[in-house]
Write a protein that binds this ligand. Sequence first.
Ligand code: PLP
Length: 404
Amino acid sequence: MSKINFETAGEQTRAIHAGETPEAGVKSSAPDIVMSTTFLADPNTGFSAEAQDENTAWVYTRWGNPTIHQLEEKLAVLEQGETAVAFASGMGAITALLFHTLKAGDHLLISDVTYAALTEMVNEYIPKLNIEVTKVDTSDLELVRRAVQPNTKLIYIETPCNPLLRLTDIEAVAQIARSADAKLAVDSTFATPLATRPLSLGADFVIHSLTKYLGGHGDALGGAIIGSNANLAALRKKTALRLGGILSPFNAWLIMRGLATFPIRMRAHEENALKVAVFLEQHPKIKRVLYPGLPSHPQYKLAKRQMRNFSGMITFQIENGAAKVSPFAESLNLIHYAVSLGHHRTLVFYLGSKDLLETTFHFDTAAQKESWNRFAGEGLFRLSVGLEDANDVIADLAQALEKI
Ligand code: PLP
């Protein structure tokens, strides 16, 4: 057992040491990877995970695994939650959460802009289960309040949301959820626990795509839900291990390795992103820059209150952007034109409004369209500023912008 008091230890100490209990026999200093899918069982072990409790030894990796468990412990400490459940991807975590918290006849109140695959699942799949869905711009608290119904069981927000970098006031929505007797889930992938601790602001569940900042190196997909023992024990036993989207122990190990440097990386992401955002804001070819750490962000006041670190995500708009994508992308020397985010490499990708409004974000009201336009215009370049030297990233952007 670790002798470190993680309640009082600093951020970086927790990132390195939490969850990492050396195995009794081997005494490795770094975590061992346990790839075994099954474990020698006590003859009294039941065949169903229903018979499992916290005292059950390792039985089968889909039920639980020492390496995955170490990662879960580290995540719980970093988010200041009681426990965590890891999944094969962020979408795996989100699917398990929706299946666990909702049933036919319930109502899901969700942000009208979330990571695209989730919005698409909520458009097409969730209504087939006879679960009612209302999508609202959750940055407008009055809209959230008005959308609550007697059967609302889950309010789901993403802040800052992908791709708009629009924020939602977690504490205020948590109060709405509490008075409606609904649970609140917050996707905090863009913020990370260095910036925001949704559980301390009243959320019931925190979701992460570990594929992004927490893993940090673009080489392992993963996801997690963090929360209280009461909320997550049944989710693990009844839903996660039956749906089966379990993280590979190898990926758990890679993500843990990334997590050890996560606070240092986030500070460097923020430092670089601010320099890049200031450069872009002054560039004559750039129409609009959004970064929560810039005073020009429409929710800068909320960003300062809710985020202790502004992370590394920037969006920028260029006049007639869709036509400029190819020459811009082809001119890049250092920055990768690629989806995903939160890696040590800088990544950029264009998201056209016309495409996304046809495929994914089907808005019902003029106010929703207006909010999208306010943040995205006709389309945005989503820039995930990495950990290269900021001057090199800026120089690459400068020379690519010259070619368009
Ligand atoms: N949540 C957010 C905010 C994301 O940006 C993503 C992916 O980009 C996901 C969830 C899904 O994560 P994954 O790709 O690990 O399934």
